[in-house]
Design a protein around this ligand. Structure first.
Ligand code: CP
Length: 310
């Protein structure tokens, strides 16, 4: 494969390979801190048309940790303001000699479009509400590091499923690897489609909480709702915020995850976000490992032929 566009189209074996290589990368770089020269001479361009803290910086650092150069493109301040199209912009950056284009855009399918229009490797860093494959992979890696396997695990994705690309990538990745997935949230934010596709759908967090091994708490994406949001922030927090009281009713070894950015007091309270069950910052570190793996696996036969050595 030359592109990483989504997890829906990957096989379980391809996902396992990405996780295995990510784990190797993490160990090789001393927890994603040390630099190795596996991809020296290559260039990674970050084309971000939506805001990002974690994904953009993490791709940039992942490329640098492997010895590659980076080009940072943000739509604000660019010639997009003069009317240049998305594809022309991407082709312009490609012409500067890049090997990967990492792209984030509010429109679903934009990385798939680039994969047809450009010659280099395309990585989806989030296309609207559709998918965020490297987020899905880093979530899977974090779960696997703590639990070893997915068979027999019950993982609930809680919150704004309809607008969440993280939810979609998690749903495909987790189910392919054998976890039981529950999508949980208010009926206005959870489509019936998931039930039709065979996933468990729940609207009451308190009902499912005692049998969950992992909770992935998603942010309500008010910016993607074009009507008066329902429930309101206050109603949402009452029904779905993971707080100390709900933690008392959860399994003793529950893993608390969130893709970030987190809204403290809405989907998670500070005591839980910073508590001993939270692996939120481990997820961030694993983001580098997964992105190093994606860059490496897409980079081409020559580099892989030389093997993973420091
Ligand atoms: N989780 C995630 O995609 O975060 P950013 O929007 O900060 O990249």
């Amino acid at each position: 494969r030359r592109h990483l566009l989504d997890l829906e189209s990957l096989s379980a074996s391809e996902i396992r390979t990405l996780l295995d290589v990510a784990q190797q990368m993490k160990e090789l770089t001393g927890g994603c801190r040390r630099k190795v020269q596996l991809l020296a001479g290559k260039t990674c361009a970050n084309l971000f048309f939506e805001n990002s803290t974690r994904t953009r910086n993490s791709f940039s650092l992942a490329a640098k940790r492997l010895g590659a150069d980076t080009v940072e493109f943000g739509s604000s301040g660019s010639s997009v303001a003069k009317g240049e199209t998305f594809v022309d912009t991407a082709k312009t950056i490609q012409a500067m000699g890049v090997d990967w284009v990492v792209t984030r855009h509010s429109t679903p399918g934009t990385p798939h479009l680039l994969s047809r229009e450009l010659e280099c490797c395309i990585i989806n860093a989030g296309d609207g509400p559709h998918e965020h494959p490297t987020q899905g992979l880093l979530d899977l890696l974090t779960i696997r590091q703590h639990r070893g396997q997915f068979d027999g695990l019950t993982v609930a994705l809680v919150g704004d499923i309809n607008h969440s690309r993280t939810a979609r990538s998690n749903i495909w990745g987790l189910s392919k690897l054998g976890a039981h997935v529950i999508v949980c949230g208010p009926p206005t934010l959870v489509s019936d489609r998931w039930e039709e596709l065979g996933f468990e759908v729940a609207h009451n967090l308190d009902d499912i909480l005692p049998r969950c091994d992992v909770l992935n708490l998603l942010r309500v994406q008010f910016e993607r709702q074009n009507t008066q949001p329902f429930p309101s922030v206050h109603e949402y927090a009452n029904l779905y915020a993971m707080d100390v009281d709900r933690m008392r009713r959860a399994k003793d070894d529950i893993l608390i995850m969130a893709p970030g950015p987190i809204n403290r007091g809405v989907e998670i309270t500070p005591e839980v976000a910073d508590g001993k069950h939270s692996v939120i910052l481990e997820q961030v570190n694993n983001g580098l490992a997964v992105r190093m793996a994606a860059l490496w696996l897409l980079a081409g036969a020559d580099e892989r032929e030389r093997g993973i050595t420091s």
